[in-house]
Write a protein that binds this ligand. Structure first.
Ligand SMILES: Cc1ncc(COP(=O)(O)O)c(C=O)c1O
Length: 457
């Protein structure tokens, strides 16, 4: 194992892969240094080609809610792979994954499985246009819904970090209207000015791709209400939030009833999967039942489906999983609270915790993991909800939307990142992302991480 193994491998990768990576944020372009080249993961740990160990707070951007290489999942993948990877025909496990998904979303009647969150959203948008016969969609700046043209405009995540909006046409942009998140007035005006042409409003109920932003429940209700009043569909993009706060979606936490929900990440157990779900009459507009076309060579492939079944079965049948996530989240929040109160030297900069009202109690095991927290210190602000959080460096006021998130110090984040990463914690190499806790983390991991956050600040 060479000491400079990461560098050697990354140089090799750069010769043949664009920027050395297959997804831009992985390149560490804005935080500097050489990205670790991961050889394997186990539980909450990643190990690079130099044998260095990291405590992972990226968790495959949320997919690895149970940690890496969970035995039940890897065994199921291996068993299934031995029988063949893909057949181009209905396989004997696809309905089981669909049933597991639907059991968490009682208002949905049908599922279409695809291979990524991007694909799920792309299909959801086309479906909404097909159902309503209208052309425009409204999205919120800083929300990321994958990289298909219609939703990349003003998209968060890597697109925000790199300001990489090239290749989007004016025609496409004309059909995508953009509003500011948590801005009732702006949204209302935009919607009402276009009410006859809006096919759908798409949102991350809890935005995670401009960093974590806490939604105002009243704002969400207004979004849903205008959709109902003017006959537009509400698309909840729950690619990150689906199955994150309990065996359901964030829509339940806020008492929303979306027409279409998109899923990904967790439902694939770490393998490529996405899903579109909705009521029968909406979903049946997809081919072969309806006129909205969508297809995929590898859609519902047996290996991804088996991994998804395995992960969802554990989540569904083991209440201890969400209990532990809740406990770890509460532990981290306690630590953050102390750090920020010490930093501020008194308690006045700690905003009151705001619990999400509505259906939360019904699905929370201890009432804690959907509690939202906000800490404003002298050097940063933290938004945290359940097992998701973001430290906004240089921001000493609330972060309620993309404009607030962009007011952070990106160079400051780079420095903060290098500090925390240098101590052995793999956190997002970009300000515009969420940190994820997994069930594989321990209280010691959380304490060590909190110490690193404190030092990083
Ligand atoms: C909310 C949301 N929607 C869609 C996507 C796209 O999913 P994928 O990367 O699987 O294409 C992401 C990816 O992070 C996401 O966070």
């Amino acid at each position: 194992m060479k000491d400079n193994g990461n560098e050697i491998y990354f140089e090799r990768a750069k010769r043949v892969l664009v920027g050395g990576v297959n997804s831009p944020v992985r390149a560490f372009k804005h935080v500097g240094g050489t990205p670790p080249v991961i050889r394997r993961g186990k539980g909450a740990r990643l190990f690079d080609v130099e044998g260095k160990e990291y405590i992972d707070f990226v968790c495959s951007w949320g997919a690895a809610i149970l940690g890496h290489a969970r035995e039940e999942i890897t065994e199921s993948i291996a068993r299934t792979a031995a029988d063949g990877a893909s057949f181009g025909a209905l396989c004997d496990k696809e309905a089981e994954l669909a049933e597991l998904v639907l059991s968490a979303f009682p208002d949905a009647g049908k599922v279409r499985l695809v291979s990524s969150g991007t694909e799920a959203v792309m299909t959801a948008v086309r479906l909404a246009r097909g159902v309503t016969g209208r052309s425009k969609i409204i999205k919120f700046s800083g929300c990321y819904h994958g990289h298909s043209d219609a939703v990349l405009i003003e998209g968060g995540s890597g697109a925000a970090q790199f300001s990489a909006y090239g290749g989007l046409t004016a025609g496409m942009a004309a059909d995508t209207l953009v509003a500011e998140f948590n801005d009732e007035k702006g949204f209302n005006e935009l919607f009402c000015a276009n009410k006859d042409t809006v096919a759908a409003v798409i949102l991350e109920i809890i935005p995670c791709n401009m960093g974590v932003v806490l939604p105002e429940p009243a704002f969400l209700k207004i979004v849903e209400g205008l959709c109902r009043r003017y006959g537009a569909l509400l698309i909840a993009d729950e690619v990150i939030t689906g199955f994150r706060f309990g065996y359901t979606g964030a829509a339940r936490l806020y008492g929303l009833n979306p027409d279409i929900t998109t899923l990904g990440k967790i439902i694939g157990g770490g393998l490529p999967v996405g899903a579109i779900i909705g009521r029968d009459e909406v979903m049946n507009c997809l081919a072969p039942e309806g006129k909205v076309y969508q297809a995929g060579t590898l859609s519902g492939n047996p290996i991804s489906v088996a991994a998804g079944i395995s992960q969802l079965s554990i989540l569904k049948n083991t209440p201890a999983v969400y209990e532990k996530l809740a406990r770890l989240s509460a532990h981290l929040n306690d630590r953050l609270k102390t750090i920020f109160s010490e930093e501020a030297n008194d308690n006045k900069n700690i905003c009151k915790n705001r619990a999400v009202k509505g259906g939360m109690k019904a699905i929370c095991v201890n009432g804690n993991y959907a509690a939202t927290e906000l800490y404003i210190g002298k050097t940063a602000t933290v938004n945290s909800i359940g097992s998701l959080h973001t430290v906004f460096i240089g921001r000493t006021a609330k972060v309620r939307n993309y404009a607030d998130a962009k007011a952070c110090l990106r160079d400051g984040y780079a420095e903060y990142f290098r500090n925390v990463f240098g101590k052995g914690f793999y956190i997002p190499p970009s300000q515009f992302e969420a940190c994820f806790l997994s069930v594989a983390h321990t209280d010691d991991d959380i304490d060590a991480y909190a110490d690193a956050v404190k030092a990083g600040l």
